[in-house]
Design a protein around this ligand. Structure first.
Ligand SMILES: [Zn+2]
Length: 429
């Protein structure tokens, strides 16, 4: 296709097929749907997930594209005849098809179907590109059944080396068989890894999953960074005792201390603003009975920010607060486990290009952080990343009510198409 056809008065005339995109979103939403709640349960490598994968492959084939499955179970869709060894760099676009238990219809699925739509549009236009557009559905992003979230993107980035030899799901069932049923091969995971430099850029379109865009009225979100996350698992140890016969004086009540930790975490983010958000989402008291003073409480503190130094600072202050709580409650508080993922910045050139695409479509946009994790943060090991958000109705996600307006879903895919065209033609990076 010639440049004249593509750009008229500086505008792209190429367009996605909005009806086809929305039909596919609706089709996929039926797979794994609960007839009563409407919630969707498509845990990675479950039966419903396999059905969704088969749907994507069938749609890709019907569109004249060439889908394949790598050893990690990622579905990689290419234009026919592309992808021989030594070929061009790729422009990777995608997200994931799996969901949490009783989740929504758009988280992940929307990004995969939009990537397919853009690839199909580009392939049919016969556009000359410097890099090859490729659509990907990463396997098991949520880790709802097999507790290895970001499984597929980690394999692509070569980060699954330290895996247990035979990973299992929450019920002890081996991943090996489930992966095989999905077309993968546990013994060949290394082959799913992409070489550094083979991916020119990665673009992920996703629902915001938060209220920022809806509140401001922006149609498009341009992600500046995916927040880093520190999760500390704490054990508060006090002395269990009879709730009726133990005087208040001299108690060492693990529950009362844990309550102070909950408030300290809230104070850290809400009042002192040392990190963007801080949450105690889990509390396990023992013995957890009405008439016994808790002897121990386990709880998690989840700290998030887009700045690695702010995260470290917030954690340091939290640890100081824990020492004060120990002293004032006569308990011992130990950090028994800690996990950390660093914040990941989106590429500035891709950010500017997403803004330009939104401007070209007359869509109000704003820059915002992603508070949730995404495959993009893992692919960032290998390639510059860009993320596009569309507004979530009510700002909610991971629930059956998760939704976005159809016109926003279409607008997001159009921004992805425009950005993809310019990146694939080598004018951005
Ligand atoms: Zn997602």
């Amino acid at each position: 296709m010639s440049d004249q056809l593509l750009e008229r008065g500086g505008q792209l005339t190429l367009d996605i097929d909005p009806d086809r995109l929305l039909r596919r979103v609706a089709d996929l939403a039926r797979i794994g749907a609960d007839p009563v709640t409407g919630g969707i349960t498509r845990e990675g490598f479950s039966t419903a997930d396999r059905e969704a994968r088969a749907y994507l492959m069938a749609q890709a084939r019907a569109a004249g594209l060439a889908p394949s499955v790598d050893a990690a179970g990622n579905i990689v869709v290419r234009a026919p005849g592309c992808g021989e060894a030594g070929d061009r760099q790729v422009l990777m676009m995608g997200s994931h098809l799996d969901t949490v238990v009783n989740g929504g219809r758009l988280d992940g699925a929307y990004g995969v179907l939009a990537a397919l739509e853009v690839l199909q549009t580009l392939a049919h236009a016969g556009l000359d590109t410097v890099c090859e557009p490729v659509a990907v559905a990463f396997a098991n992003e949520e880790g709802a059944l097999f507790p290895q979230p970001f499984w597929g993107s980690m394999a692509v980035a070569g980060r699954l080396a330290s895996l247990p030899r035979e990973p299992t799901d929450h019920h002890g069932r081996p991943l090996r068989e489930a992966l095989q049923l999905a077309g993968g091969d546990l013994d060949a995971l290394g082959s799913a890894c992409w070489q550094a430099g083979s991916i020119a850029a990665y673009l992920e379109l996703h629902v915001e999953q938060g209220p920022v865009l809806e509140r401001s009225g922006s149609r498009i979100g341009v992600v500046e960074a995916i927040t880093g996350r520190t999760v500390l698992t704490l054990e508060v140890r006090g002395t269990a005792g009879h709730s009726g016969t133990s005087p208040m004086e001299g108690r060492s009540d693990a529950m009362a201390a844990a309550a102070r930790v909950v408030l300290a975490a809230e104070n850290l983010a809400a009042d002192r603003q040392l990190c963007r958000v801080a949450t105690v989402g889990r509390l396990d008291p023992h013995p957890n009975t009405p008439n016994t003073i808790a002897g121990t409480v386990r709880l998690t503190v989840d700290l998030r920010d887009t700045d690695v130094w702010r995260m470290a600072g917030a954690e340091q202050v939290l640890r100081r607060m824990l020492r004060q709580i120990e002293r004032s409650t006569g308990t011992e508080i130990e950090v028994v486990a800690e996990t950390r993922s660093d914040p990941v910045s989106a590429d500035l050139r891709l950010r500017a290009e997403i803004e330009r695409s939104a401007d070209g479509l007359g869509l109000a946009h704003e820059v915002l952080p992603s508070g949730a994790g995404h495959d993009a943060q893992v692919v960032a090991d290998l390639a510059p990343i860009g993320m596009i958000f569309v507004p979530s109705l009510g700002g909610i996600s991971h629930v059956p009510e998760e939704d976005s307006r159809p016109e926003d879903l279409v607008a997001g895919a159009r921004v992805l198409l425009r950005t993809a065209v310019r990146v694939a033609r080598g004018t951005v990076l």
